[in-house]
Design a protein around this ligand. Structure first.
Ligand code: IPM
Ligand code: MN
Length: 369
C-alpha cells in the first residue's frame, strides 16, 4: 500500500515524539511491505516564528495532499504574550475547522502492566475501557462574538457557545455508531440544568437514540460526570460531549490510566482526511531533554493505520509492541521510579524491536499451522 502522511510536529516535545513515531512507521512499512511518504509542515509557534502565522497556507495544502495527518503538539511560554490570533493554539484550531475534523475520539483503556501507576486504586481502574467522543469544531472554542466589550457601561468580555443542530446530531451519530460496535452504552454529558445549548443537545440525543434501539442512552450532567470518572470509571463505554467539556474530561480521564503521556486520539472529518495526535500538550518544561513519553503519539499512529488505511494487522502490531515493552518494565520519566527512566529514543527503539519479535512469532506460528 502506498500512502502519503502529513507530519506536523509543532512545538515543545512535539518534535521528539513525532520523530520516534516516524521511525516506527518506517519499520512497519518495511515489515509489511508498504510505502509511506512523509511530508513535513509547520504549525503553531514554529510556524509563527518562521512564517508569521500559526497555520501557513502551505501547511493546509500539505495536509490536503495527504492521506492522513499526524500532529505532535502546539504551544509554549514563548508565545504566551502574543495576541489571540498569533497564539500557537490558533493553528490547531484553524486546522480542525478548515478540515472539518469534528469528531475527536479519545480512548481510555488501562494497561495491565500499569495498574499500579494510576493514582486511583487498582480495583477501580482494572478493566477500564471507554472512549470519549468529543465534539471538536463548535461550541465555545469557535462561537462569535469572542471579545472584550463594553456592556451596560462596564468593561466586560464575551465568549459564545454556539452549535448548529446538525453539528450536535453528527457527533451524536458518531457516538452511537461507535457504541453499537462496543458495549452499546452511550453517556451523553451536558449541563442541561443551566444551558440552553445542553437542552437542545439532550433533545437531539433522544432523537438519535431512537434510531439505535440496541444502544442505551444515559444523560449525565458534566459536574457529576467529572465525579463519576473518579468514583467508578468502569461504568462508561462511550462518553459523548461538547468541545469544552470534552477537553476537560479527557485530561481528567487520562489519569485513570496513569499518565497523559499514554493517551492517543483521532480527529475524524466527514471528508475522510483524518488527523491523529496525542492528547497531551507541548510540555515546554521537558522539551528537548529526550525524556518525553512518545507512546501517546505512537498509539495515535496505530489509530491512523486502522482508521485511515484499514491496516488492522499493522495497527495491532504496534499496540502489541507497546504492550510488550511496558510489560518488560520499560518506563519513561512520567511513569518511572526515580532514576529508572528510559529516554524517549530508547523506548522508541524498544517498541521498534518488539515489532520485529511479534512478526517473527507470527511467521513461526504460520509455518506450524
Ligand atoms: C487538546 C488541546 C487543545 C484543545 C489546545 C491545544 C487548543 O488542549 O487537544 O485537548 O483545547 O482542544
Ligand atoms: Mn486539552
Amino acid at each position: 500500500m502506498k500512502k502519503t502522511i502529513a507530519l506536523l510536529p509543532g512545538d515543545g516535545i512535539g518534535k521528539e515524539v513525532v520523530d520516534v513515531t516516524v521511525d516506527i512507521l518506517k519499520a512497519i512499512a518495511e515489515h509489511f511491505h508498504h510505502q509511506f511518504q512523509f511530508n513535513y509542515g509547520l504549525i503553531g509557534g514554529d510556524a509563527i516564528d518562521q512564517k508569521g502565522t500559526p497555520l501557513p497556507e502551505e501547511t493546509i495544502a500539505i495536509c490536503k495532499d495527504s492521506d492522513a495527518i499526524i500532529l505532535g503538539a502546539v504551544g509554549g511560554p514563548k508565545w504566551d504574550q502574543n495576541p489571540m490570533e498569533l497564539r500557537p493554539e490558533r493553528g490547531l484550531l484553524a486546522l480542525r475547522k478548515e478540515l472539518d475534523l469534528f469528531a475527536n475520539l479519545r480512548p481510555i483503556k488501562t494497561f495491565e502492566s500499569l495498574l499500579d501507576s494510576s493514582p486511583l486504586k487498582k480495583e477501580y481502574v482494572d478493566g477500564v475501557d471507554f472512549v470519549i467522543v468529543r465534539e471538536l469544531t463548535g461550541g465555545l472554542y469557535f462561537g462569535k462574538p469572542s471579545e472584550r466589550i463594553v456592556h451596560e457601561g462596564e468593561d466586560a468580555v464575551v465568549d459564545t457557545l454556539l452549535y448548529k443542530r446538525y453539528e450536535i446530531e453528527r457527533i451524536l451519530v458518531s457516538a452511537f455508531e461507535i457504541a453499537s460496535k462496543r458495549r452499546k452504552h452511550v453517556t451523553s454529558v451536558d449541563k442541561a440544568n443551566v444551558l440552553e445549548s445542553s437542552r437542545v443537545w439532550r433533545e437531539v440525543a433522544e432523537e438519535v437514540a431512537a434510531r439505535y434501539p440496541d444502544v442505551t442512552l444515559e444523560h449525565m450532567l458534566v459536574d457529576n460526570a467529572a465525579m463519576q470518572l473518579i468514583r467508578s470509571p468502569k461504568q462508561f463505554d462511550v462518553i459523548v460531549t461538547e468541545n469544552m467539556f470534552g477537553d476537560i474530561l479527557s485530561d481528567e480521564a487520562s489519569m485513570i490510566t496513569g499518565s497523559l503521556g499514554l493517551l492517543s486520539s483521532a480527529s475524524l472529518s466527514s471528508s475522510g482526511l483524518h488527523l491523529f495526535e496525542p492528547v497531551h500538550g507541548s510540555a515546554p518544561d521537558i522539551a528537548g531533554k529526550n525524556i518525553a513519553n512518545p507512546i501517546a503519539t505512537i498509539l495515535s499512529a496505530a489509530m491512523m493505520l486502522r482508521q485511515s488505511f484499514g491496516l488492522e494487522e499493522e495497527a495491532k502490531a504496534i499496540e502489541k509492541a507497546v504492550d510488550n515493552v511496558l510489560n518488560a518494565g520499560n518506563r519513561t520519566a512520567d511513569l518511572a521510579e526515580d532514576g529508572k527512566a528510559v529516554s524517549t529514543k530508547q523506548i522508541g527503539e524498544e517498541i521498534k524491536n518488539a515489532l520485529g519479535d511479534d512478526h517473527a512469532i507470527l511467521n513461526i506460528m504460520e509455518a506450524y499451522s
